[in-house]
Design a protein around this ligand. Structure first.
Ligand SMILES: [Zn+2]
Length: 259
């Protein structure tokens, strides 16, 4: 059994065949899923999907790319929903920064502000946080520590293989491993995987993005967590059923009572 801890089932690319996607996952033992927040305009659809499926949950949060749509009142309006499991995805993304130094600084400052606000929200409502970090490991680590994220813990979604983030295992954080681990150029992640404490590993797809090998270029979906589990078992030299059981226990430890 596998839980896909990060899949954007509310994405437009699932509109036509969502029920088939969910059934295909269920048949392969992917029994539960979490839909992270990203673009607030897509939150109603995430809530609707979670309400219609027993083991599908959602999170409230705003992705750094959608930061201009950040509205704390909207997130607070839904955080008490019985299927709201976490806050996020939120974090820092320095991959596409503007041209000038002044613009760069302003963008970073704006991202940091809503990241801090979302950590505060998670602490206020005692929910774990789902963190997105891209080319911003140092700043993200600083903010997570300063804002006391340890109190709620959470997931480093699509863990970027940055060694400095390994210390967050001692701050209540789990490491979301997805399709990237199957990529031919995933050397860094493959090398660092055995260094992550085993009781801190989680599995995710980030569907519809980051489709595992040999399906790169196609739409990703929760069913493909099976390929991630296979690859992790191979790297860690653990029989696959045992790996899945271990990750399941990790998922249940973080999200008590949900799966
Ligand atoms: Zn995502």
């Amino acid at each position: 059994m596998i839980i896909d801890t990060h899949c954007h089932l509310n994405d437009k690319r699932f509109e036509k065949d969502l029920e088939e996607v969910i059934q295909r996952a269920h048949r392969a033992g992917v029994t539960g899923m979490i839909i992270p927040g990203a673009d607030p305009d897509e939150l109603p659809r995430a809530i609707d999907i979670a309400e219609r499926h027993e083991k599908i949950y959602f999170a409230v949060g705003v992705h750094p790319y959608d930061r201009e749509k950040f509205d704390p009142k909207l997130l607070e309006a839904h955080i008490g929903h019985p299927k709201c499991i976490a806050v996020g995805e939120c974090g820092l993304d320095y991959f596409r920064l503007p041209e000038t130094e002044a613009e760069k600084a302003a963008e970073k400052a704006a991202q940091k502000e809503i990241f801090r606000a979302q950590i505060a929200l998670a602490r206020r409502y005692k929910k774990p946080i789902i963190v997105h970090i891209r080319e911003a490991s140092h700043d993200s680590l600083g903010i997570l520590k300063e804002e006391g994220a340890k109190e709620v813990g959470g997931i480093l979604h699509c863990y970027n293989a940055s060694p400095i983030l390994l210390e967050l295992a001692e701050h209540g954080f789990y490491y979301g491993i997805g399709g990237v681990v199957t990529f031919k150029n995933a050397k860094k992640l493959v090398e660092i995987l055995p260094q992550i404490p085993k009781e801190r590993l989680l599995i995710e797809t980030d569907a519809p993005y980051l489709t595992p090998h040999p399906h790169r270029g196609e739409r990703n979906e929760p069913f493909y967590t099976t390929l991630v589990a296979q690859k992790m078992a191979e790297i860690l030299q653990i029989p696959e059923p045992q790996l899945e059981e271990m990750v399941m226990q990790n998922t249940r430890r973080l999200f008590k009572g949900y799966f």
